[in-house]
Design a protein around this ligand. Structure first.
Ligand code: 5GP
Ligand code: MN
Length: 354
């Protein structure tokens, strides 16, 4: 049985809001991932089947690798179609905010959404949500926002409107936010939800392959380079660090999403239980962290990198140079492991042979 974990009073209010709205906008966090896009597009499909005019507005573009998700081509992307995005949000009678916990996570879209009087509904699984929402459905124990969208639909009696397309979108979020059912997926109900999705006859194998096992040649070569030549291991602290500069990214014709799962790779090494990836973007250093077990990287991202996230998957933005970001990482090592030696096993290219 799938338990009704979402507060019925909140769903009652949500039902009233949906009933009284015809035009509905849905938004999700910047640099949208499989869960952000999957949950937003699934909800959009269902609302349309309910007869609503629903539109998904994203702060920026979806990565190429996720273009296979049904409905991605209809996204209104703020950085590309700013006027249209402003109109859709301005005219919406209800706004859903999916897969983020704070308005900071939608970048410049926040300037558009925040002044609006329109009712806002949050559905999310990140820790510590803002209270800037009229209905706040926040369950950090959930695997993904896709799981929560499923549960909202189930408890509201709307699962019959979840067609094959919506189910495919939800599958992508359940899959990608758990690293292919590797973590955050211990609740047996997670698999009951998957079973219900499978009954919509989704093309599971194709979706799996596209979401988990498809990379451009550039991306694969960049990942190979990063692991072979840039990965530093700190065995005493169970840590790994990969740093990529803009010059290196350009050498591999980097496009958004190409390094999406790179930060997970060092965790395959026995004894390495947390991993940090620093990527030099045009205006900031993008920080990505992953960990295994009880070691929380969301605290590290919040304290040192102006970010946050989940215990085992977090990120942030660092304003400064790549070298400064590396110094902060070294500071983390010495703060968290004061009595250890923080010299690393250098990547192969830096090992000198005589
Ligand atoms: P990723 O490393 O894939 O970019 O992000 C992993 C997780 O960390 C995301 O699901 C999100 O929860 C969180 N995260 C990433 N970047 C940021 C950020 O800049 N700020 C906050 N608060 N969380 C972030
Ligand atoms: Mn998510």
């Amino acid at each position: 049985m799938i338990s009704p974990i979402i507060d019925e009073n909140k769903l009652e209010r949500l039902r009233a809001l949906i009933n009284s709205a015809q035009r509905i906008a849905i938004t999700c966090h910047k640099s949208p991932d499989g869960d952000a896009l999957g949950s937003s597009l699934a909800l959009c499909h269902v609302l349309r089947r309910l007869g609503k005019e629903a539109v998904v507005v994203t702060p920026d573009m979806a990565p190429k690798a996720l273009e296979f998700i049904p409905g991605v081509r209809e996204l209104v992307v703020f950085t590309k179609h700013e006027l249209r995005a402003r109109n859709v949000l301005g005219e919406a009678q209800l706004i859903f905010c999916l897969d983020f916990n704070s308005m900071k996570r939608i970048d410049r879209l926040a300037e558009v959404v925040e002044p609006l009087k329109t009712k806002r509904v949050l559905i999310d699984h990140h820790l510590d949500p803002d209270d800037a929402f009229d209905v706040l459905i926040s369950h950090p124990e959930a695997s993904s926002t896709c799981e929560l969208v499923f549960r909202v639909l189930m408890q509201m009696g709307l699962l019959r409107f979840m067609d094959r397309q919506a189910a495919s979108c939800l599958y992508v979020g359940l899959l990608t936010d758990t690293g292919g059912f590797a973590y955050s997926s211990d609740n047996p109900e997670f698999y009951e939800i998957l079973a219900s999705i499978m009954r919509r006859r989704i093309d599971r194998a194709t979706l799996y392959n596209k979401a988990m096992n498809t990379f451009s040649e550039n991306s694969l070569r960049l990942q190979g380079y990063a692991i072979n030549e840039k990965m530093r291991l700190f065995p005493e602290q169970g840590a790994a660090l990969i740093v990529l500069s803009q010059e290196e990214l350009e050498r591999f014709n980097y496009s958004r999403g190409d390094t999406e799962t790179l930060v997970n790779k060092p965790l395959a090494i026995p004894g390495i239980y947390w991993s940090v990836f620093l990527r030099e973007d045009a205006d900031r250093i993008k920080v990505s962290c992953r960990s295994q077990g009880d070691f929380s990287v969301s605290d590290i991202c919040a304290r040192y990198f102006n970010g946050g996230g989940h215990s085992n998957a977090a990120g942030g933005d660092f304003i400064g140079t790549l070298d400064q970001a590396v110094s902060v990482f070294e500071q983390v090592l010495s703060d968290l492991f004061p009595n250890t030696n923080s010299t690393d096993n250098q990547p192969t290219q830096e090992i000198t042979t005589s």
